[in-house]
Design a protein around this ligand. Structure first.
Ligand code: FAD
Ligand code: NAP
Length: 339
């Protein structure tokens, strides 16, 4: 198929903040060949190339003077099947949550804690998506990425991806790689992770004592739906800041001043602080300036009440950062990718 490149396309439907900016050029790539065509097109027209998935981790601050390529490749296949180890491969453009559901329907456990995360399979390794005590790296097998500069395909093992907390080699080397497909190690024998947050409690409330992976997925979907805004209703990009890691001494000093501080020791002389708690304590929860705001139920989530621009959202984020550093001496790093 030949790549359909369109000029001056609004990106409002393609970013979960619902920010209304234009792409100079826009195309959807349905397979590897169309990805290569996009690269050739950008080179010929001498414009940058920006690859996006579901647009759920983006903050677009101006019209994008690039060829924006949305990954739209589809396909899920089982590569090998043993009871404890089923290797599944999915194309980058597969929407994440439906992919999780497909695996669960096939009787494959491992992804249940990552239910209801928006976005695509191909973007998931970018920040090593994580939720409720599980990260992508815990179920990762390998991936195939195309190096833009050379056009060569590379296979990445777990070690080569250099996954960290909301981090990977692909994030560190932004713009170098296009992830084409990802492989996961799942299992027909579930090893459930129920210790995190309110997951087990929710299952107990429902009278479920021996949960299946599907039960866990449903419980997590319910918890998330109660707390997090649906981007289709209220624009947002999930957590706007990463949870900061601080040295133990700093966490102890803060705890002495703020006994309610929400902090999780990481076992490596660092403590993870709940950024949402810091922002809430600073009084930002539910704050609104024009259409840029802070969610009323989760202070970590910035929201677009309608017509906020990317710059207005960025300005609000910077005010929060400045306030949190002044009050707590803790610096908050933004999580979404800024363009
Ligand atoms: P995009 O936003 O489209 O892109 C993100 C970045 O990846 C961009 O830099 C883009 O250039 C790059 N990129 C995208 N696809 C590719 C590719 N194929 N190859 C190379 N680069 C690529 N995140 C979590 O970790 N845990 C959560 O629990 C979570 N919950 C969320 C809840 C809500 C309501 C929302 C709105 C967001 C949440 N997120 C969460 C953030 C986001 O959903 C994830 O980071 C998701 O993986 C982003 O996928 P995407 O396809 O939308 O990526
Ligand atoms: P929450 O349960 O209210 O918890 C607040 C914070 O405390 C979370 O950010 C979480 O850190 C941390 N935490 C909670 N229990 C923990 C434990 N037992 N051990 C270590 N850390 C713990 O958070 P929430 O906002 O409702 O989100 C629930 C989960 O979904 C979290 O894992 C969160 O990361 C994920 N989520 C992510 C995004 C995103 O855009 N990145 C958006 C929504 C939800 P961690 O974030 O490190 O897990």
């Amino acid at each position: 198929m030949s790549l359909d490149v369109q000029p001056a396309v609004s990106l409002k439907p393609f970013n979960s903040f619902g920010v209304d900016v234009q792409a100079r050029l826009f195309a959807q790539a349905h397979d590897d060949d169309e990805v290569r065509q996009a690269l050739a097109c950008a080179r010929e027209l001498q414009v940058p190339l920006l690859v996006i998935g579901g647009g759920s981790n983006l903050l677009l601050t101006a019209d994008v003077q690039a060829l924006v390529v949305r990954m739209a490749s589809r396909g899920v296949r089982i590569l090998s099947d043993e009871p404890q180890r089923v290797v599944v491969e999915a194309e980058a453009g597969e929407p994440w949550h439906p992919f999780v559901q497909t695996c669960l329907q096939m009787g494959l456990a491992g992804l249940e804690n990552l239910s209801l995360i928006p976005g695509t399979v191909g973007a998931a390794p970018m920040q090593n998506i994580g939720a409720y005590g599980v990260e992508l790296k815990d179920v990762f097998h390998s991936l195939v990425a195309l190096e833009r500069e050379t056009g060569e395909l590379h296979e990445f093992s777990l070690e080569q991806c250099r996954f960290g907390y909301r981090d990977s080699v692909f994030k560190q080397q932004a713009g170098r790689w296009i992830i084409l497909r990802v492989r996961f190690i799942l299992s027909r024998q579930a090893h459930l992770h129920l210790e995190y947050g309110p997951v087990r409690q929710r299952l107990v409330e429902q009278g479920i004592e021996q949960p299946t992976p599907l039960d866990v997925s449903r419980a997590i979907c319910a918890i998330r739906s109660e707390k997090l805004p649906d981007p289709a209703v209220l624009g947002n990009a999930g957590s706007f800041f990463k949870n900061p890691l601080v040295p133990v001494a700093q966490a102890e000093a803060l705890k002495a001043r703020y006994p309610q501080l929400v902090a999780y020791p990481q076992g490596d002389e660092q403590v993870k602080l709940a950024a949402g708690w810091l922002i809430e304590q600073a009084g930002w929860k539910g704050f609104r300036d024009g259409d840029a705001g802070v969610h009323r139920l989760q202070a970590l989530v910035l929201v677009n009440h309608g017509q906020a621009s990317g710059l207005q959202l960025l300005s609000l984020a910077q005010r929060i950062q400045a306030d949190v550093i002044e009050r707590f001496g803790v610096s908050l790093e933004m999580e979404p990718n800024l363009y």
